[in-house]
Design a protein around this ligand. Structure first.
Ligand code: NDP
Ligand code: 2IT
Length: 448
């Protein structure tokens, strides 16, 4: 069998059967093209149509989310949960509340999640969900009523052994609290393991809040370490200013680097003396204000809505905002400015063109499936604590996160070499490692 032609055919069929889902096509194409050497080595997986099956979600739920705003007006949003793969464990993946959410975006995220979760080595399947609800400018009461309505429908699909959501864009600790409260009320069960990212006082795990950002920095540090380098004394640019970005900044500073710029969807700030994390947290997490408020409160900072955060010269870039935020033009600027490493804190923030530019320039590139796996890995640690009714300390949990990230990094390099790439080909290594784990389980479980 010509495996390469077979993968092309599978990809063409995915595009044909899922029209208009551009992000899903992009995520599938990027994975399928890297699987050729794995399927050449394992013809039994091609025979069993593992690639074809893994591109089709096991189940997709789309539902109405009606709620009442503060003026008494009825509003209607659309909710989604795509249960992609249960080969390795309960469906696991976040919920995104953002006006851009549609089926194609949820499917791209769910598809990525299958391989990311497999790569962590933990017993978690892949899924994703969310709604086209825009939390910006909404009152606490409106957000709560929306979450309650969302969960009123979604609860029937969830369970600690079935499907376990967490946060993503627009869904943080506050929203997880409202979602958990409604699940508990409907089911009359304190089923802690049904959601992760819970508050520390009621079943949450230490380090889950920090985990994605910390993990991305650990991963970048491991990549740099292969070249005898690290964060110490380095200039770093982080995109976004949400959960992932904030804790990436914190860890970069702890490792001796300086984050000189970060962004939100309206603009970016440059602060040569280093982003003041307490101020950033106050602006974004307490006041829920725009990033421009950071610059207004900090004389060393300037705010811009022109150009891109990637125009700011840096040694290391950590895209932590959203998909396709870093294209060919931004990648070209980063390379021209001498960037050494790029690690994706967000899901698919770099376009295929950008990734190719980094590859050609020899820039270390950590794809999201590996670099941001620390978030979901710590969610699995939260599930483990919930199941055993245990509570680990912050230090113990962070040690475990660091160990997972070291392991993910090492597996990517080893797999890339085994399948004909250079050890620096983290894209090849991450995709094949994740795929092989899922494929083995799927083959063993029969045609389901
Ligand atoms: P948050 O909602 O906390 O923050 C999102 C940040 O990204 C905000 O600064 C937001 O700006 C910015 N952003 C969102 N959409 C856009 C857009 N269309 N254009 C430009 N900027 C945008 O989300 P998270 O930090 O949790 O998530 C960030 C990324 O990390 C996402 O890709 C997510 O899928 C990924 N991720 C998250 C994990 C987690 O544990 N939370 C785990 C693994 C990956 P603004 O405030 O202006 O909207
Ligand atoms: O993209 C992701 O990995 C997440 N949003 C976290 C998922 C999770 O279940 O913790």
């Amino acid at each position: 069998m010509n495996v390469s032609a077979h993968m092309e055919a599978v990809y063409a069929e995915v595009c044909r059967r899922n029209p208009g889902e551009a992000e899903f096509h992009q995520a599938v194409g990027e994975v399928l093209h890297t699987l050729v050497p794995a399927l050449q080595a394992h013809p039994e997986y091609a025979e069993a149509c593992i690639a074809e099956r893994v591109c089709e979600p096991e189940r997709q739920v789309i539902f109405r989310v009606p709620w009442v705003d503060d003026e008494g007006r009825v509003r209607v949003n659309r909710g989604f949960r795509v249960e992609f793969s249960s080969a390795l464990g309960p469906y696991k993946g976040g919920l995104r509340f953002h006006p851009s959410v549609n089926l194609g975006i949820v499917k791209f995220l769910g598809f990525e999640q299958i391989f990311k979760n497999a790569l962590t080595g933990q017993a978690i399947g892949g899924g994703k969900g969310g709604a086209d609800f825009d939390p910006k400018g909404r009152s606490q009461g409106e957000v709560m009523r929306f979450c309650q309505s969302f969960m009123t429908e979604l609860h029937r699909h969830l369970g600690e052994h079935t499907d376990v959501p967490a946060g993503d864009i627009g869904v943080g600790g506050r929203e997880i609290g409202y979602l958990f409260g409604q699940y508990k009320r409907i089911t009359n069960r304190f089923e802690a393991g049904v959601l992760t990212g819970k508050g520390i006082g009621w079943g949450g795990s230490h380090v889950r809040t920090e985990a994605t950002g910390y993990g991305a920095v650990y991963f970048a540090d491991q990549m740099l370490g292969t070249r005898g380098q690290g964060f110490d004394g380095r200039k770093v640019v982080v995109s976004g200013s949400g959960n992932v970005a904030v804790y990436a900044i914190e860890k970069v500073h702890a490792l001796g680097g300086t984050v000189v710029a970060c962004s939100d969807s309206t603009g970016y700030v440059v602060d040569d003396s280093g982003i003041d994390l307490e101020l950033l947290k106050t602006v974004k997490e307490v006041r829920r204000a725009r990033l421009s408020a950071y610059a207004e409160a900090r004389p060393s900072a300037r705010y811009s809505e022109r150009g891109s955060v990637y125009d700011v010269p840096c040694d290391i870039a950590l895209p932590c905002a959203t998909q396709n935020e870093l294209g060919g033009q931004e990648a070209g600027t980063l390379v021209k400015n001498g960037v050494l490493a790029v690690a994706e804190g967000a899901n698919m923030p770099c376009t295929p063109e950008a990734v190719e530019i980094f590859r050609e320039a020899g820039v270390l590139f950590g794809p999201g499936k590996a670099a941001n796996a620390g978030g979901v890995a710590t969610s699995a640690l939260e599930m483990q604590q919930n199941a055993s009714r245990a509570r680990w300390t912050f230090e113990e949990t962070e040690d475990r996160l660091a160990a997972v990230m070291r392991d993910v990094h090492a597996r990517c390099r080893a797999t890339a070499e085994t399948y004909g790439g250079t050890p620096d080909d983290y894209v090849l290594g991450a995709n094949i490692t994740g795929f092989l784990r899922v494929a083995e389980a799927m083959e063993a479980q029969g045609v389901v």
